[in-house]
Design a protein around this ligand. Structure first.
Ligand SMILES: Nc1ncnc2c1ncn2[C@@H]1O[C@H](COP(=O)(O)OP(=O)(O)OP(=O)(O)O)[C@@H](O)[C@H]1O
Ligand SMILES: [Mg+2]
Length: 330
């Protein structure tokens, strides 16, 4: 069997009041872009932090390029780059100086540093701004700089926690292009988390969806979407009994929020809508809107977690702090 870039085997992490990771197993191939998705508190960051040797698991084991992360943390850290969710660049230094600090932290020999720093700044398209203070950078440039810092040591595996958080669509597309280029040119294995289903769909070769510490499903985005099958009908009603009545009509709902919003997975949605609406009307439910579409990654997420992905507290907080940082330092 070909050696995997990442192996996670029966991984568990028990905190005093919560099992953050519960018997999770998966592998990531070399050169693969793998996305870990899941609602807030699903265990994504905990899994990444165990792989990066920042915390110890309670059970199971993880390997990076066949090296046991719990037993050989130094070797693993040398092979990995990490771009955390929160701001990690220093606004009061230049881009060059920021990457220099990372190079020193990685213990890179002095004679290699200059050319490596130039190489990564060039790769992230920051050469022209290399000697400008970071507090003059846009959010997208700052994120690129943080990726440059993680790449200066030429990691075999790069961990990206929410790579495009808080960025505008144009800056996001630039980051996506660079992540793909990194894989294509250097065969870097990339493991990322994201709340953005569009980003996961465009960027990831495979994704795993975590929910409450478990790995709910794993596969290529296209496979996961076709496994949902059928059509998605979304009904909006101001009547909170809507979902109850939909159930009485023999349909199974995948969401049933108390505000009268429900999503159903059905076959032949076009022909079922009239029947559904008539049935609801006969039961006194006024429907405000109804829509029909093919499954997206959002629906895959919904199926396995029972909720649409939301900008939960952690996400909103990170985005706020990133934006505030950019504003404050300008
Ligand atoms: N140091 C800790 N001590 C106690 N509980 C923790 C600790 N770190 C995480 N947890 C808990 O473990 C669970 C998983 O947290 P984790 O940060 O891995 O989730 P996540 O999927 O990364 O969520 P988010 O999308 O919010 O970043 C949560 O219930 C969290 O509160
Ligand atoms: Mg997290």
């Amino acid at each position: 069997m070909e050696e995997k870039a990442i192996v996670v085997q029966n991984l568990g992490k028990q905190y005093p009041h919560v099992k953050a990771v519960d018997n999770v197993s998966f592998t990531v191939d070399k050169g693969e872009i793998f996305g870990l998705l899941g609602p807030n508190g699903a265990g994504k960051t905990t899994t990444i932090r165990i792989l990066l040797t920042l915390i110890q698991p309670t059970s199971g084991e993880t390997l990076i390029y066949n090296i046991n992360t719990a037993k050989n943390s130094e070797d693993v850290r040398r092979m990995c780059g990490y771009v955390p969710q929160d701001v990690s660049a220093d606004g009061d230094l230049t881009a060059y100086e920021n990457v220099l600090i990372s190079a020193k932290l990685y213990g890179m020999p002095a004679k290699e540093r200059k050319s490596r720093i130039q190489e990564v700044l060039n790769f992230l398209e920051l050469t022209e701004r290399a000697h400008d203070m970071v507090n003059t950078f846009s959010g997208g440039m700052m994120r690129r700089l943080e990726i440059a810092q993680a790449l200066v040591n030429r990691p075999k595996v790069l961990f990206l926690d929410e790579p495009s958080i808080g960025l505008d669509p144009n800056a996001r597309r630039i980051i996506w292009g660079l992540i793909k280029k990194l894989r294509d040119e250097y065969n870097t294995t990339i493991m990322m988390t994201t709340h953005d289903m569009g980003e996961a769909d465009i960027l990831c070769d495979r994704i795993g969806i975590m929910n409450r510490g478990h790995l709910a499903t794993i596969g290529k985005p296209a496979e996961l979407k076709s496994a949902v099958g059928g059509d998605i009908i979304t009904i909006n009603s101001s009547n909170p009994n809507c979902f109850q009545k939909v159930k009485e009509l023999g349909f199974s709902t995948i969401t049933n929020s108390p505000d009268g919003h429900c999503d159903l997975i059905v076959n032949n949605g076009e022909t079922l809508i009239p029947q559904l609406l008539d049935g609801l009307k006969a039961r006194g439910i006024q429907v405000e809107s109804v829509s029909l579409k093919k499954p997206t990654l959002d629906d895959v997420f919904l199926k396995y977690t029972g909720a649409r992905i939301e900008e939960g507290d952690t996400y909103a907080e990170t985005r706020r702090s990133r934006r505030a940082f950019t504003r404050r330092t300008k």
